[in-house]
Each structure stands twice: as C-alpha cells, then as structure tokens.
Design a protein around this ligand. Structure first.
Ligand SMILES: C[S@@+](CC[C@H](N)C(=O)[O-])C[C@H]1O[C@@H](n2cnc3c(N)ncnc32)[C@H](O)[C@@H]1O
Length: 271
C-alpha cells in the first residue's frame, strides 16, 4: 500500500526504520548531539522539548545534563524505543507540525535532523515558537547540501540520478537541504518571530563499517531513497548497489573517519 502524502509516507517509513536506527543512522546523527546541546546553553533545571526524538539518545544526553525532557515523534515504534532508552524522559507520539502541547511550556526546543522530514518546516518552526516560553531557545541541526561539502548525501543522490528512474509515483517532497540555506532559512525564522539567529558548522563523518555501509543506510536508514530503490528493476538495483559499493570501498581504502557529511547547527531565540 502506498502512502498518499509526504507526511504519511515519512511516518510509515520511520516506523519501518526504527529497529535498525541505532545501528544505521545514529552513528552519524549522534555526532551532532554535543554541539546541539551546547548551543542551547546550560540545561540544568530547564524544561526541554525534543522534536523528532527518534530512539531517545539525545533525550538521554539532555537528561544527563540536568534537564527535564519531553520527546515527541511521529513514529510509534520510535517512541517505544525512546521510552526504553531514556526512561527518565516522557515521550509522546505526535506531529512536529501540530505539537500536542500548550503554549509557552518549554525553555528550549531541540531537533536533531528532523526538519528535513517535515512536509512544512515553517509550520514546525511556528509550533516550536508557540510552545517556547518568551526568551526560550530553539536549536536544530540539518545536513549541508552536497554543494556545501555534503559528500555522503552527494554520493547517494548522484548514484540514484545516474542509474535510477526517479519518476516512481512518490508524493512530492520539500527540498531536503532547504533550511541549510540562509536565504531560505532566515526569512522563515524571522517570519515566525525568532530573533538572535546563530549558526555554526558541525563536522560529521558518516562512519563506515565495510563496503556495504552506504547501501545499508539507503535500505534501512532512509525513507525516500529506499522507496525509490524498491521501485527499480533488479538490474538497476544491482547497478546502484555496485556504484555505492565501489565508492565506499575507495573511501575505506583512503582511511579516515568516514564520508564527510557536515551539518549546520541553528539556534534562535523567541523574544
Ligand atoms: C533522522 S531521524 C532523527 C532522530 C533523532 N533526532 C536523531 O538525531 O538521531 C528523523 C526522525 O523524525 C521523525 N519524524 C519524521 N516526521 C516527523 C513529524 N512530522 N513529526 C515528528 N517526528 C517526525 C521520524 O520518526 C524519525 O524518528
């Protein structure tokens, strides 16, 4: 059965991804946790909302820094895993674009690699502003585009562009790297009412466990790319796997911590 809208499609996709998440995606996303928590300041005694809380590892780190933490994620399976990972936090199933919380509740709202999965990121930012207390801070990370050094996603997207039929009936998606672009991001933040916008780059390398790592990310750790892959012929699927395997093998031969996948950390204050 095919999801009808981008949002349904993402929710169902992350339901499927939940079990493998800690092995496949977390080794990269967790590299942003320290900078993100540092970016929103001292968390002792703070009431923090984590949006798109995934399997709960960032919530656990925020708890360890002395915050009280509430998490919200659209995928029920993610929420169940987060409850096991961070029993000291409370987790809710819900949508970033319609947060199930009253106005002005939180000192900080954090979101690590969630915004690129929301149908309307501006709505999610408006919701973050609504639930923040006056003076509260939002902090989020998004991936840099391939043109800004994002080699990891550049490799995957380039491989698909080279081999795949991309016209496979998926619902239209918002541009993946939109909020990494200040020309898109700054007007949206201003319109929603955020001030004191600050950014910093976060160096992330996607760790490689072997030649199959990138293929595994596509098949178990993405939503859209996996669906595109699953709708290709076996011959095209084999070409995609072969190209990704060869590229990953060269990165492994060159050594280093993994494939560069830099991110940008954005923080802003609600006046
Ligand atoms: C790449 S994972 C990030 C998880 C975690 N924040 C991390 O950094 O490891 C994206 C998460 O966003 C969640 N998500 C996608 N769309 C959402 C929405 N509209 N509202 C809330 N969560 C959403 C997914 O279920 C998934 O857990």
């Amino acid at each position: 059965m095919h999801a009808e809208t981008f949002s349904q499609f993402e929710r169902q996709g992350w339901q499927r991804n939940a079990v493998a998440y800690d092995a496949v995606d977390l080794p990269a996303t967790r590299q942003a946790f320290g900078p993100l928590l540092d970016g929103v300041g001292d968390l002792r005694g703070r009431h923090v909302l984590e949006v798109a809380s995934g399997t709960g590892h960032l919530a656990a780190e925020a708890l360890a820094r002395g915050a009280t933490v509430v998490g919200v994620d659209v995928a029920r399976a993610m929420v169940a895993l987060a409850r096991q990972r961070a029993p000291g936090a409370s987790f809710h199933e819900g949508d970033a674009e319609a947060l199930p919380f009253k106005d002005e509740q939180f000192d900080s709202v954090i979101c690590c690699f969630g915004f690129l999965h929301f149908a309307e990121p501006a709505r999610a930012l408006r919701e973050a502003a609504r639930v923040l207390k006056p003076g509260g801070i939002v902090g989020f990370t998004v991936w840099h585009a391939p043109q800004q050094g994002g080699e990891f996603f550049g490799l995957i997207l380039g491989t698909f562009r080279m081999h795949a039929n991309m016209d496979v009936g998926l619902p239209p998606a918002p541009p993946m790297f939109a909020l990494a672009d200040s020309e898109v991001r700054d007007p949206v933040l201003a319109q929603v009412g955020f001030r004191e916008v600050r950014t910093r780059d976060v160096a992330i390398a996607w760790p490689l466990r072997g030649p199959e790592t990138v293929i595994e990310v596509v098949l178990k750790g993405t939503v859209r790319m996996r669906m595109v892959y699953e709708r290709q012929t076996p011959q095209i699927q084999e070409r995609i796997r072969e190209t990704l395997r060869a590229a990953t093998t060269s990165y492994l031969r060159n050594g280093g911590p993994g494939i560069p996948c830099p991110a940008i950390l954005v923080t802003a204050r609600r006046p």
